[in-house]
Write a protein that binds this ligand. Sequence first.
Ligand code: PLP
Length: 360
Amino acid sequence: MSRPVNFSAGPSMIPVDVLQSLATDMVDYKGTGLSLVEVSHRGPVYDEVHQQAIALIKELLGVPEGYSVLFVGGGATMQFSMLPMNLMGGAPADYVNTGVWAKKAIAEAKKVGDVNVVWDGSDSKYLSMPQVETLKPSSGAAYFHITSNETIGGVQYKSFPETGDVPLVADMSSDIMSRPLDVSKFGMIYAGAQKNLAPSGVTVVIIRDDLLARSSDQLGAYLSYAVHAKANSLYNTPPVFPIWAMKLVLEGVKAKGGVAAVAKENAAQAAELYGAIDDSEGFYSCPVDQAFRSDMNVVWRLSNEELESQFIKEASAVGLTGLKGHRSVGGCRASIYNAMTMDGVKRLTSFMAEFARKNG
Ligand SMILES: Cc1ncc(COP(=O)(O)O)c(C=O)c1O
């Protein structure tokens, strides 16, 4: 079977061997006679998968002692609300506004309490990011929130701010597990699974244990990080299927040599694609500040929207799908998450060169 190369921003590519493994085991999970998605989440068969998925996240990201890994439903969007509900505790929180996703996080936090927007990229159309050395938390801030990679704008932090005693919180939905990370710099990290980890349905939250004390007893049980942590993410029925898939995806990351090895591949693929844009003598152009170009979501423009539509249509016809930019910004976007291969990227760059030759 020949599959298209899938550049979709999310849900996005899952390694084919993971899809095949899920298909093989879907009806009869490893000789148990039943599917993993139809047995108790409190039984030993699922429990092993659940514990292994947590252990792999800890191992691959080097999560230090004193942090909990939680699996929560509701996507990263749910975290936009859960985070302020749990951690604000009446104090204002700092947010860096780097694009569409940061803006959504800010809007939800404002419903819960006071927000200081410490840097705002809206005037420059979110085409750049702040120098991290200039980012300083306000005194008395409950936490300091960043979006490590803006999936729509295609900008990505290359290093992270030092926020001292104020916990740094990051939405890493679109670049978790794509590069090595010093988790000890963060109070909390959250990420919807459907880019680098699994199909949609589970969100990973990595939280420093002392912050769990901030979750008020008055919060609804599901909304409380403390409740999820105490129950090891088995307070209620967890999203069994994406957690199972995530375990398989993470085993693949480990087999490749871990996050550092994956990061090297990601950087090479991003360099190939940005190279094709930069070397096109202006036929393609990347609007993003060079210093903050994302290794995950590469955005570019052609000279007019008509030509962009033609590009996307012809690319799709030759098996290169998901290249349309987000409806809010237009243009083209290739999402090259962990599951992308250099072969897939080279198929795109060859097509780009050919398209430019024909239409330039
Ligand atoms: C950076 C970022 N944050 C948050 C979200 C929202 O995630 P979800 O759809 O899982 O709620 C997305 C979705 O693409 C995203 O890319």
